[in-house]
Design a protein around this ligand. Structure first.
Ligand code: DSN
Length: 436
């Protein structure tokens, strides 16, 4: 299939980077848990004429002319998201996950208000209260952490913290935690202390809609998710929420807005200008794909693959945080290998072997986030390629060889040969190329 002839003719320099990136993605094993490969239909929607349009406002309530068709595509995205997640209200305009979380803070909290979120080093996200992020700088964050022994979230400790601190919001969600999140328990705590509950399901949204992880939708007041990652759509985000504000009289007594109106006005005009309509179109396409029955098989296979990868790694004497996984994510603890603080060099050695991972902190990290002692892996992308349990064994062997050799460059070369053999059998975008 010929694509991008125009780009190739008009800008060979950029076309060349694209071609090489396609080759890198095709030849390598992608294990970054937040990455995935979208369908061609999603790619085509992002690269479409919708990028030419401005459409500040919401469907039927815009500030510019010429929005009849944009309204249609935004309504399709909204309707599909509601059907997919079963939520009462959804805003499909957030540019990405961090702006979506920022909009929730802006809607529900005043500057300096207190909230509790999962510590970044043990598996939370920057926007859950890191001191270098808007969430930690503008609001008073108290972090909760995993149990030091089990490395698992202890809901009774989180409850005690909430009772002590009386936060206005509690965030549940993860970026590097390999276990199931108990959204119902988080909601019960939030209700007990009159706090809002924001569930950030960016990593696990694909699992949630594929019935491979419990859903926060019946529980949480507000739910944010990116639309890429395990959901396999374009880079972007959505915010779902209940319509009624159960804490209106306590936290917003002077507002005439319900919860969904608070969220919508925080997104626009509070934080964003014109939505990215090309991304909205691609979100609609991705939601349509996720509504198909085969997406459930995909989501379940992601978890099967992660469990299989975890078991294979442990049988090769690699230590995992929490000794396993319930979701799409596996976190290797490099400390028993004598590689404390050496996540970076091992990540680089794995790059040379054609396996892409990211260095990551482990709970109660003894080194630093820039020189962490773990590696974060995930299976959404390789599952999209059609890989199953037997391929996990080959990948685990490659990972273990590089780690046990402490990043020996010669071993990376050998492993790369087996990775190339493997990826050849699972073409990424068959026939896709950039031709002059
Ligand atoms: N960058 C995303 C991740 O890798 O988890 C979160 O923003």
């Amino acid at each position: 299939m010929k694509i991008m002839n125009d780009l190739s003719n008009s800008d060979p320099e950029v076309a060349d980077t694209l071609l090489r990136e396609l080759k890198r993605q095709e030849e390598g094993i992608e294990l970054i848990p937040s990455e995935n490969y979208t369908s061609r239909a999603v790619l085509q929607s992002i690269g479409s004429v919708f990028t030419n349009k401005y459409s500040e406002g919401y469907p039927k309530k815009r500030y510019y002319g010429g929005n009849e068709i944009v309204d249609e595509v935004e309504i399709i995205a909204i309707d599909r998201a509601k059907e997919l997640f079963g939520c009462e209200h959804v805003n499909v305009q957030p540019y990405s996950g961090s702006p979506a979380n920022q909009a929730v803070f802006f809607a529900l909290l005043n500057l300096k208000d207190k909230f509790i979120g999962f510590s970044l080093t043990s598996g939370g996200h920057l926007t859950h209260g890191s001191h270098v992020n808007f969430s930690g700088k503008n609001y008073a964050c108290v972090s909760y952490d995993v149990n030091k022994e089990t490395e698992i979230l202890d809901m009774e400790n989180i409850r005690k913290l909430a009772l002590e601190e009386k936060p206005k919001m509690i965030i549940s969600g993860l970026t590097a935690y390999p276990r199931e999140i108990d959204f119902k328990a988080f909601q019960e705590i939030a209700e007990e202390v009159n706090a809002y509950h924001l569930a950030d399901i960016s990593h696990i949204a694909g699992l949630v809609v594929g019935d491979a992880h419990s859903s926060p939708v019946p529980h949480a007041d507000v739910i944010t998710t990116t639309t890429h990652k395990s959901l396999r759509g374009p880079r972007g985000a959505i915010i779902m929420c209940k319509i009624e504000d159960r804490l209106h009289d306590l936290h917003h007594p002077n507002s005439k807005k319900n919860l969904s109106q608070l969220i919508d006005s925080a997104v626009f005009p509070g934080l964003q200008g014109g939505p990215h309509d090309h991304t909205t179109a691609a979100k609609a396409v991705a939601f349509g794909e996720a509504l198909k029955p085969e997406f459930k098989d995909y989501a379940k296979q992601i978890v099967k693959n992660a469990k299989s990868l975890a078991d294979d790694l442990m049988s090769l004497d690699i230590k995992l945080v929490t000794n396993g996984t319930d979701n799409h994510l596996v976190l290797i603890d490099l400390r028993p290998e004598g590689l404390t603080g050496k996540g970076g060099p091992i990540q680089n050695a794995l790059d040379d072997a054609g396996i892409t991972v990211n260095k990551n902190t482990v709970p109660y990290e003894p080194s630093s986030p820039f020189h962490p002692s773990g590696l974060r892996l995930g299976t959404p992308a390789i599952t999209t390629r059609g890989m199953k349990e037997s391929e996990m064994t080959v990948i685990a062997e490659g990972l273990a060889k590089v780690i046990k050799s402490k990043g020996d460059p010669e071993l990376s070369v050998t492993v790369k040969e087996s990775i190339l053999e493997l990826t050849k059998q699972f073409p990424l975008y068959p026939g896709l190329s950039i031709l002059k």
